[in-house]
Design a protein around this ligand. Structure first.
Ligand SMILES: [Zn+2]
Length: 296
């Protein structure tokens, strides 16, 4: 067990309430070595040191517990798994949207290519029909012209076959591109369903948290009237300086804030203090409330 400035650090420190070191960070005034030891810390007030009856101090402890609950609820709201899931789904939607634009552009480019081929094939067919009609009409008598026309018909046939082969290949590509577009469209609706379902779960989780928050706030409202305005303001100020925890109890001669055992001097000082005196921890600076379990 390490000795820290004459105090024993208790085993299990850090469980529950925040570790003391966290609160010393960056604030030289709070460094153990620099701070005068075992000096009473009067709580400032306009009309002399701030006092509070044991009952009022106990209520302050209740208020702190409720505020801790509220802080945990807000943390839970921020860290709901659904929030991360929705962010992930949104990223997937974005990526599928971009892929779909690319696939659709590709499909329409190929479709245009196919249209062009079909019109080329059509022209070849028309010309072949025209040539064939001329051949069949018997109007051409010159052997040379006949041969030339027959040669042209042969070339047109070949041209048609070539174009049809290309068209076949283009049609296959178009089919692939359309398949891809359809698959991406299906992925898009699957993602939309997932978003809807996750959003429903998020809303339900929020509603459950809202209910707990409402309950805690109702409790808070019943505690507030039992605490004086000046003490309340002091509590809020301390809370903003000490990671949200301004008031702790002393449990079995140990501060429930920094989890350090009280020194003999601390015990003497606290025992000597009037019951309505507000005591603060020499280590973590929090208000220490004496309870039946304080062991004093
Ligand atoms: Zn402490």
């Amino acid at each position: 067990m390490a000795l820290v400035a004459g105090r024993r650090r208790s085993a299990g420190a850090g469980a529950g309430i925040a570790h003391p070191e966290r609160h010393y960070g960056g604030d030289p005034r709070l460094n153990r070595g620099d701070r005068p030891r075992d000096r009473p810390c009067p709580v400032p007030s306009r009309g002399g040191p701030l006092k509070a009856s044991p009952a009022e101090q106990a209520r302050l402890l209740d208020l702190q517990a409720i505020d801790q609950t509220l802080a945990h609820l807000e943390h839970r709201r921020r860290s709901l798994p659904e929030v991360a899931e929705l962010a992930d789904l949104a990223a997937q939607q974005q990526s599928v949207r971009s892929e779909l634009v690319v696939a659709q552009t590709e499909a329409s480019d190929i479709a245009r290519e196919q249209d062009k081929l079909e019109s080329d094939i059509d022209q070849v067919r028309q010309r072949m029909t025209r040539d064939q009609q001329r051949l069949d009409s018997g109007a051409i008598t010159s052997a040379k012209d006949l041969e030339s026309l027959q040669h042209e018909v042969g070339s047109l046939h070949k041209r048609q076959r070539d174009l049809e082969d290309v068209e076949l290949e283009v049609m296959e590509r178009l089919e692939e591109a359309e398949k891809k577009t359809t698959a991406l469209g299906a992925e898009q609706s699957r993602l939309a369903d997932a978003v809807e379902e996750t959003e429903r779960r998020r809303v339900a989780a929020h509603a459950a948290i809202d209910k707990d928050v409402e309950f805690a706030q109702r409790q808070r409202a019943t505690v507030l009237p039992d605490i004086g305005q000046e003490l309340l303001a002091y509590y809020e100020k301390l809370r903003s300086q000490l990671d949200g925890i301004a008031v702790v109890s002393i449990k079995q001669r140990r501060c429930d804030g920094c989890r350090l055992d009280l020194s003999a001097t601390d015990v003497d000082r606290i025992r000597a203090a009037a019951e309505d005196e507000i005591i603060r921890c020499e280590e973590c600076r929090r208000i220490q409330v004496r309870t039946a379990e304080s062991g004093l």
